[in-house]
Design a protein around this ligand. Structure first.
Ligand code: NDP
Length: 332
């Protein structure tokens, strides 16, 4: 095959950003030791920002988004990878400064590649995708900081979102009692099916007071939204609790005092999945394929091709997507 499809973001001389499916050749791809034929990529919030040309994600144009992918090695100049091997890639610069997975082929540095862990295939790996990988790191951070299932409830925000739903499912599987915050009441039954013991509206985190501490309600939290909700969660965590914070859909400003840290010993654990060190990266994927393996209900998994992406991107930016979206970038 001489050309193959990719979802390309362009910026005009007047600054207008547009997206279209274009035909690329292998020569167009960035440098790297490993050429992978992509079976699946996925849609994460960061991909939607990249598709809009967000300067925090994309620095140069044209650009191909897709911060994760799974497929088979086609060519490799690295002794670590052989043609035919099933692999996955998440994070690093994929879909950011380096062209990403919304393309039938990607070429990446050898050190970004992870062998498909036993128990997972390309589809399963991308149902998790960066979202699931991030959720796993959030759960690991809570464990690391001593949050065990026998203590009181833990909270998950953005619970129908990609990170939120996988975090909820893993925590429930591990025996935690999870309160799930969601702005989508029509999904409350499904959130309970995935493992929530309680569903809360976003208003449950809407306290606008400037009190340094609120009544303690949870021992831990996976927060995917940031902003005022994150401040209110930190103020509501009991003594020696922990919040794993990874997102910003509700804002990047967190109005807090130091008192939750000084008076309750609360830990605010930051999660940065793109630069996760390799040892930890492999361990997270091993757990996701093994003892933390969770299956999402099919209602929470949607598959689109490259032409179907723009509509789905609009929806995720509007906070209207529930669950995970698989992206199939093959030629029709
Ligand atoms: P999704 O869009 O799939 O999920 C976000 C969820 O947040 C939505 O589904 C919605 O859930 C909720 N939400 C949306 N808008 C608002 C709002 N204004 N206020 C409160 N809640 C809102 O995104 P992802 O799961 O892919 O990512 C979640 C966040 O995590 C993003 O900010 C993303 O950038 C970040 N992220 C960070 C990573 C890292 O390494 N730090 C890696 C991966 C993601 P509901 O309707 O159920 O409330």
């Amino acid at each position: 095959m001489t050309t193959f499809p990719a979802f390309v973001v362009r910026k005009s001389s007047t600054g207008d950003v547009s997206v279209q499916v274009e035909q690329l050749s292998r020569d167009d791809l960035p440098a790297g030791e490993v050429l992978i034929e992509v079976a699946y990529s996925s849609l994460n919030y960061k991909d939607a920002l990249a598709s809009r040309g967000h300067p925090g994600v994309v620095q140069s144009f044209p650009h191909v988004p897709g911060i994760d992918c799974a497929g088979r090695v086609v060519e490799s100049s690295s002794p670590d990878w052989q043609p035919g091997q099933e692999v996955l890639v998440t994070g690093y610069e994929l879909g950011a400064s380096h062209w990403g997975g919304y393309s039938q082929f990607v070429r990446v540095p050898a050190e970004w590649v992870v062998a498909m862990p036993p128990g997972l295939d390309a589809r399963g790996a991308m149902i998790y995708g960066t979202a699931g990988f991030t959720a796993a790191q959030c759960v690991a951070a809570l464990q690391h900081h001593g949050i065990t299932p026998d203590r009181r409830e833990v909270l998950v925000t953005g619970a129908t979102g990609g990170v939120g739903i996988v975090a909820l499912a893993i925590l429930a599987k591990l025996g935690y009692r999870v309160s799930a915050v969601s702005g989508k009441p029509e999904f409350y039954d499904l959130l309970r099916k995935v493992g929530a013991v309680e569903t809360l509206s976003r208003e449950a985190l809407a306290d606008e007071s400037d009190r340094p501490l609120l009544k303690a309600r949870w021992v831990g939290a996976v927060d995917t939204v940031g902003g005022r909700p994150l401040a209110n969660i930190v103020r509501s965590i009991e003594h020696r609790g922990c919040v794993a914070a990874c997102g910003l859909v509700a804002g990047d400003q967190v109005p807090l005092t130091v008192y939750p840290f000084l008076l309750r010993g609360v830990t605010l654990a930051g999660i940065d999945s793109a630069k996760c060190p390799r040892d930890s990266r492999l361990e997270m994927w091993r757990r996701l394929a093994g003892e933390w393996r969770v299956e999402l209900p099919e209602e929470l998994v949607t598959t689109v091709d490259l032409k179907g992406l723009p509509e789905r991107i609009e929806a995720i930016l509007a906070g209207k997507v529930a669950g995970r979206t698989l992206v199939v970038p093959r030629a029709e």
